[in-house]
Design a protein around this ligand. Structure first.
Ligand SMILES: [Ca+2]
Ligand SMILES: [Ca+2]
Ligand SMILES: [Ca+2]
Ligand SMILES: [Ca+2]
Length: 438
């Protein structure tokens, strides 16, 4: 199985980080029972054939000749060298969001050493290291949402080691830490969104050990309730996949390092905090993350999964790709088409990186869990896969990073009209910013 310890056990310069080694049982019986579902095949049409590699050869695109002329043109991607943000953080995830409501994006990263670091953007468009929130847990992921409905974003993070949830409530004078809540199972990824339409954001957590999605509604005082997905969920995202106005849960089931046990689950939200249907979708091997957006402009949400791969011999097979599944409407999806990425992607985000009007994909290529192997196989990159407008991703750009990223973000952080990429690098305790020089 994927080892959480291996995922995070190497810190700065390969120095071991203290992480309690705990068994990750698959069949825990604690927690609420699985709510009834209508998992019938009806219109859900699970894809029963494997993904295929794209017919179009993938191509690394050179830096456009028009880079450096100071004009940001559609379709142009002009990455500058990665620059570290100030301050150390054993970063597992990074987000770009407007925290203070001043219409400038700020940056937030969760650190496995037990902190959250916030950089606020000044009116001069500089990112200034600001708040450091501490918590006695090892946060593996975080999400932002307005969990109490007061109009300000709060921060929720989950700890994989001590299996807890922590919410920092944003108040006028800063953040007020809430009590740590023990979570059943083993939380891995976390996502926020209003699942029951009461105006307060709710939480959904990928439960690695129980094989499900733990939903915590603000209205229920964040009482955990498990909804089954697949084997060893890693990444989780909330999107309205079927266009009924209710958020749905997308879960990447990495599948215990077995290619026949991994897939993506979509659980369809009923708008009242429950889920009334599910589908399983075949993707590449060992999916770590999944997200959804309309990639081909037909108004239907399409899905993208980041496939880490499964162990085979000295390396991995069936990974180093993203699987793209075009939505057909009616909760149906076309078979996955796989496009190459860098080595061992563990996370992805969807954003129009080259500003040509279609949504592109950015992956965090974590590479091998083994630090030495990762360096040897070149796993310290982020990959931008450019959409051709029809959900084809033959063109890509590889960004070399000083350390292997676990998470990425993409947004026009400084408001200069071009999208920047942020990379959370656990190994060297840094968040890197890749700007553009159009
Ligand atoms: Ca809610
Ligand atoms: Ca929906
Ligand atoms: Ca679409
Ligand atoms: Ca684009």
């Amino acid at each position: 199985m994927f080892s959480l310890a291996a995922l995070v056990a190497l810190g700065c310069d390969g120095e071991p980080v203290q992480l309690p080694e705990r068994p990750l049982p698959m069949a825990e019986t604690d927690g609420p029972p699985d709510p009834p579902t209508d998992s019938g095949p009806a219109d859900s049409g699970p894809v029963d054939h494997g993904p295929r590699l794209a017919d179009t050869p993938a191509e690394e695109v050179p830096r456009p000749a028009t880079c450096g002329d100071g004009v940001a043109e559609p379709g142009e991607f002009c990455p500058a060298p990665p620059e570290p943000l100030s301050g150390r953080v054993q970063a597992t995830r990074v987000l770009a969001l407007d925290w203070s409501g001043d219409r400038r994006l700020d940056v937030l990263a969760t650190g496995f050493e037990g902190i959250v670091r916030l950089w606020r953007q000044t009116p001069q468009r500089r990112l200034l290291e600001d708040t450091v929130l501490e918590a006695p847990l090892e946060p593996i992921d975080l999400a932002a949402g307005d969990f109490d409905g007061d109009g300000d974003l709060d921060i929720a993070r989950v700890g994989v080691g001590d299996r807890g949830l922590w919410i920092d409530w944003q108040r006028a004078d800063g953040f007020t830490p809430g009590p740590e809540r023990a979570l059943p199972g083993t939380p891995f990824g976390i996502a926020a969104g209003d699942l029951d339409g009461d105006g307060r954001d709710d939480l959904a957590v990928a439960d690695f050990s129980r094989g499900g999605m733990t939903v915590l509604l603000a209205a229920d005082d964040f009482e955990p309730r498990l909804w089954r997905t697949g084997v060893e969920p890693h990444g989780i995202t909330l999107r309205d996949v079927d266009g009924d106005g209710h958020l749905d849960g997308l879960v990447a089931n990495a599948g215990r390092h077995q290619a026949d046990r991994d897939d993506v689950t979509v659980r369809f939200g009923d708008g009242a905090g429950g889920f009334d249907g599910r589908i399983e979708l075949t993707v590449g091997n060992g999916p770590f993350w999944v997200d959804g957006a309309d990639l081909d402009g037909d108004g239907i949400v399409d899905l993208v999964a980041a496939n880490y791969g499964t162990p085979a011999g000295a390396g991995y097979e069936g990974g180093d790709t993203v699987s793209v599944l075009r939505g057909l409407g009616g909760r149906r999806f076309a078979a996955a088409v796989d496009w190459p990425t860098g080595n061992g992607p563990t996370h992805l985000v969807l954003a129009d990186v080259d500003r040509d009007g279609d949504v592109d994909v950015v992956t965090a290529d974590r590479g091998d869990f083994d630090f030495g192997a990762r360096v040897a196989r070149g796993g310290s990159t982020a990959t931008v896969l450019f959409n051709d407008g029809a959900a084809g991703f033959a063109r890509r750009s590889t960004i070399a990073l000083p350390a292997a990223p676990l998470g990425v973000a993409a947004a026009d952080v400084n408001g200069d009209g071009s999208v920047e990429i942020l990379a959370a690098c656990l190994d060297d305790w840094r968040v890197y910013r890749i700007g553009q020089a159009p």
